[in-house]
Write a protein that binds this ligand. Structure first.
Ligand code: FAE
Length: 517
């Protein structure tokens, strides 16, 4: 299936014209096809440079037996998880009971990657995290930018690169008059009312979901996605993932090939210049069906914060790229993610029908260090629950290190390091509970557990800009190697990260094309 129809079935990714062949010599290899990788590929191709993208996940362009490309959140199947035999749902429990179930092992779309003390959720496939995320597309407040990327010129970002990213991603905000009346945002209106009654500012959160399409879903005139609970395992309609924005533009240049189910394992300097890159071609069962070795003049690491950090730490420690900076692997943060639910009174129902796309949040960053999104609990029944994902100013940072005995990369995070995040979230919800006379839910993350403090959706850092790289993502120690994804950002963006990742990639690639090619 091909052809981009905004709002229509998410099948707009062009089929890879030709997967990369063994012994190929290419000008540019991009590792990963999320935000950073897509920005790099598009701008390089527009500048007349041929690019090969390699992506360890699948293409996500072919419907399954049910006629849909993506599985529904309420009925996970093999498409839902990356090489697991049991689901690992972020909300692990309901009414205290575990809700995970067995599934066939498959190269599914959502990776729940487990490190000590934290599970890091990531998208797998052509489009990276854009395939699984909530589409919340938030530009940080300008006054917070200096703490997010201290070495980057804020004027340039807010005048040029944030607007460029927002336009290319198709960012927009819910229509307030519709928000005020639609059943599917009753939960968010309860969230707004309760925030305001406790004196907290409620703000609309922009998103890349097609809001006109969602209004049509509510009117019953189009197939449902947000209103059918689709989100974590992909949206079949409505969401403008990279499959509907950057990737069709990349295809239109005619200069880019994309090789899905290809995983990079090794990058070493090539004897005649450039870099020799080793790729494993994967089956959908996760087995290696072929090994390929290609040579690239330049390599862009866009495997995401975790993927890029793991590769760089391993390549430095094993002697493949020994001159990489000792900063590689450092400065990793969870964007302060923490989740919780509150139990409302019977006179404050949050609605049986809930749009899976959040559209508003509580901004207490300046006073309490937390920005809390009012998130859905799309169970299909009335739960009287309010649910929140908070992004907080958690100062703790982890480090990736090479473990020679397991030959794997570890992350030294500890669950206790979420305590500052919990305290910052409590600065909002203790007050709301006091005002409303309500309590926290204790049944969503285990039996009698209030805080979802075991996970993050927003891994950031590990190849921090200006430390492991220069101020444009050139990796120290090697000409022609770049990091261009969330690994550049030192652990926190004060809001959801992908707009900042995209805008920073736009800034960096413009400079790199002008000076390095
Ligand atoms: P990313 O999009 O993760 O792309 C990296 C790609 O590289 C992936 O496709 C990998 O499969 C691939 N890869 C990794 N290792 C290799 C390898 N060795 N060889 C080949 N390919 C490889 O990176 N952010 C928001 O701003 N708003 C939201 O609403 C939001 N909701 C989220 C919800 C969920 C459930 C999750 C998991 C994330 C969410 N995020 C959200 C985070 C956002 O998706 C994430 O910050 C970006 O996708 C990161 O972009 P990168 O380009 O860094």
């Amino acid at each position: 299936m091909a052809g981009a129809v905004i709002g229509g079935q998410a099948s707009a990714t062009p089929r890879a014209a030709a997967v990369i062949t063994d012994a190929a010599r290419v000008p540019v290899l991009v590792i990963g096809s999320g935000y950073g990788g897509s920005v790099a590929a598009l701008r390089l191709a527009e500048a007349g440079i041929d690019v090969h993208m390699v992506e360890m996940g699948m293409a996500w362009d072919t419907p399954g037996a049910d006629g849909k490309i993506f599985a529904n959140t309420t009925s996970p199947d093999q498409r839902s998880y990356w090489l697991r035999t049991r689901t690992k749902q972020p909300l692990s429990n309901f009414l205290g009971f575990p809700i995970d179930r067995d599934i066939p092992r498959y190269t599914g779309i959502l990776d729940a990657e487990e490190f000590s003390g934290i599970t890091v959720y990531q998208g797998r496939g052509v489009g990276g995290g854009s395939l699984v995320n909530g589409g919340m597309a938030v530009t940080p407040r300008r006054e917070n930018f200096g703490a997010i990327l201290p070495t980057v010129d804020a004027n340039e970002m807010y005048d040029v690169y944030y607007p460029r990213a927002n336009a290319a991603l198709g960012v927009a905000t819910v229509r307030p008059a519709w928000f005020d009346t639609t059943d599917c945002y009753q939960y968010a209106r309860v969230g707004r009312k309760q925030a305001q009654r406790s004196g907290f500012p409620f703000v609309f959160v922009p998103d890349v979901y097609d809001w006109d399409y969602m209004e049509q879903e509510a009117a019953g005139t189009v197939p449902k996605s947000a209103l059918a609970g689709e989100i974590l395992y992909g949206n079949n309609y409505g969401k403008k993932s990279l499959q509907k924005t950057y990737l069709p533009r990349i295809a239109a240049t005619g200069r880019v090939t994309i090789s899905p189910l290809h995983r990079v394992t090794q990058v070493v300097p090539a004897s005649g210049g450039g870099y020799t890159v080793t790729l494993e071609q994967l089956t959908t069962a996760g087995a290696v069906s072929a090994m390929k070795t290609v040579t690239a003049d330049k390599v862009f690491f866009a495997a995401g914060s975790v993927g890029t950090s793991k590769l760089l730490v391993k390549l430095k420690a094993t002697g493949a790229l020994p001159d990489l900076s000792s900063e590689v692997g450092k400065g990793w943060g969870d964007n302060g993610n923490v989740m919780c639910g509150r139990a409302n009174h019977m006179w404050d129902p949050t609605g049986a029908l809930q749009s899976s796309i959040p559209c508003g949040g509580i901004d207490n960053w300046a006073a309490g260090g937390a920005f809390a999104e009012v998130a859905p609990l799309p169970t299909g029944i009335e739960t009287y629950a309010s649910f929140y994902l908070s992004i907080t100013k958690n100062p703790n940072r982890g480090q990736f290190t090479w473990n020679p005995s397991t030959r794997m990369v570890d992350l030294n995070w500890q669950t206790a390091w979420k305590q500052p995040a919990i305290d910052m979230a409590k600065s909002i919800f203790d007050k709301i509970n006091a005002t409303e006379g309500t309590i926290y839910r204790t049944d969503l993350f285990g039996a009698y557990k209030i805080w979802g403090d075991h996970l993050t959706y927003h891994p950031l850092g590990g190849a921090v800009l200006g430390r492991a790289t220069d101020n444009y993502g050139r990796l120290a120690g090697y000409r022609g190697l770049y990091a261009i994804d969330g690994s550049l950002i030192p652990g926190n963006t004060s809001v959801n990260p992908f707009v900042t990742i995209t805008a920073l990639a736009e800034r960096n690639i413009e400079k790199i094309i002008a000076t390095d090619f």
